[in-house]
Ligand binder design. Structure first.
Ligand code: DLL
Length: 432
């Protein structure tokens, strides 16, 4: 039921003492080895020794995604590459993304934290775990894989794609736990129905889903369709990847692994802590990471800390499911996309300040995005050719730079919906 009971059920006082010791050692390390942090601390006149209590964390500067980008690729690493045994990058563009590294100890710690998440969701070494996350720069595939191996389960590295084949594997290999995004689980459920397979012919018991937002309604649907207990788990590349927090089978919030992460919830405008239990932006400081420590990382994810204890006995604070973001980041088929990236690309190709709109639908449980771009009408027979050509160029560049395929349609001037004169940038029709 627990993976590391002594750590997952630590009493508060002991936990906070451990957090403080780990915080101090992390601060000393980043100050000594990462010029970015040293400069920042120096400019604020803070030295790591002055941080004598957990509450002193509020004196430290925040770190943002822009800081990570500006230090591409290895500027925030706190160890030489010789000690790095794995490199991942956050999903999204192929340009300046967040590149993250892990030492051998980091991989061990990561595997243990993912093992906690899997164990909390019901997985044991008797399970057959099918991992339907991409294996690559994305942290999902390898992160969950190592955790499931750590538990001792039989792991199927199925990766993503070819849903009918996934289902065949699920049936033949007697998969008991499915690991994927919630939307892919929906797609699997729909395809099973289309293939005329009864879920009783499968051996599924658990579903562990994460990497994108979903809702309680979606959970119900997936649980009913697949006959499983579905739990939510959360993480992000800049901080670790999967394994930051996860639900237990009570399914009432995600237990944060507080012995490895110090969390704060702040008002995204004032950056001051919100009153206990209120919604705000999650800020995370890593306490044990060696290669890529993070100080007060602004996740941009909106959540709140849940006040009461969980009947499961874990003492780590719980966060509510992530309900949104403070920036405009979208997850399209699991890939992080910012409308501003699409905007600058269209701007480059079309010039001027083109009006555009991103429309996202979920068809058969798969995200489909269409970008509408307002373009000058060109008279004569060249019109269709120009339209097709430009749309094609934009489509190719988006595929190249974002790593996802989107449909692009050129539309006439002033045809995109405007409210208060401003076109609505994103129409998200996905029902979460
Ligand atoms: O999505 C890591 C991960 C992989 C988590 C597999 C869970 C399972 P990134 O690609 O860096 O990393 O994206 C991180 O995804 O800031 C959230 O906005 C969103 N996200 C991740 N998990 C959840 C979740 C991985 N359970 C970004 N609910 C985060 C809602 C989530 N949003």
């Amino acid at each position: 039921m627990y993976w590391e009971p002594d750590k997952e059920c630590l009493d508060r006082e002991e936990l906070e003492q451990l957090q403080l010791e780990r915080l101090q050692s992390t601060l000393n390390r980043v100050y000594a080895h990462v010029p970015f942090y040293r400069k920042k601390f120096d400019s604020l006149g803070i030295s790591p020794e002055e941080i004598g209590a957990l509450s002193d964390i509020a004196r430290l500067p925040f770190t943002t995604k822009d800081d990570v980008r500006a230090n591409y690729p290895y500027g925030l690493f706190a160890v030489p590459l010789r000690e790095v045994v794995r490199i991942h990058a956050s999903s999204g563009t192929t340009g300046t993304v967040a590149v993250v590294g892990y030492t051998r100890n980091d991989i061990k710690m990561w595997s243990n934290l993912v093992a906690r998440v899997l164990t909390a969701g019901g997985v044991t070494k008797d399970d057959v775990v099918q991992i339907c996350f991409g294996y690559g720069l994305f942290t999902g595939g390898f992160g969950l894989h190592y955790g499931a191996e750590r538990v001792g389960a039989s792991v199927i590295p199925a990766s993503i794609g070819n849903t009918a084949r996934q289902i065949q594997i699920m049936k033949d290999f007697k998969t008991t736990a499915l690991v994927s995004t919630p939307s892919y689980a929906m797609r699997i459920a729909n395809t099973i129905r289309e293939m005329g397979i009864s879920v009783s012919a499968l051996s599924l018991k658990y579903g562990l889903f994460g990497a994108e937002p979903w809702s309680e309604g979606m959970r119900q649907e997936i649980q009913d369709a697949l006959g499983i207990v579905a739990t939510d788990n959360y993480g992000l590349s800049e901080v670790l990847g999967p394994g930051v927090s996860g639900e237990c089978r009570e399914r009432n919030g995600l237990h944060i692994h507080e012995d490895h992460f110090l969390v704060e919830v702040v008002d995204p405008e004032t950056l001051r802590p919100v009153p206990a239990g209120q919604r705000g932006e999650l800020v995370i400081t890593t306490l044990t990471k060696e290669a890529f420590p993070m100080i007060r990382y602004r996740t941009r994810d909106l959540t709140r800390l849940l006040p009461d204890a969980c009947p499961c006995g874990r003492t780590g604070k719980r966060m509510s499911r992530v309900v949104g973001r403070t920036d405009d980041m979208l997850k399209i088929r699991g890939v992080n996309v910012f409308p501003s990236q699409i905007e600058s690309l269209i701007h480059e190709i079309e010039g001027g300040g083109p009006q555009y709109q991103i429309v996202i639908d979920r068809k058969e449980a798969l995200d489909e995005a269409t970008v509408l771009v307002e373009a000058d009408e060109v008279a004569g027979y060249d019109r269709e050719r120009r339209k097709g050509g430009t749309a094609d160029t934009i489509r190719k560049r988006l595929a190249h730079e974002l790593g996802i395929t989107v449909d692009v349609k050129l539309v006439g001037k002033n045809t995109i919906d405007r409210s208060e004169g401003k076109p609505r940038r994103v129409i998200d029709n996905r029902k979460l």
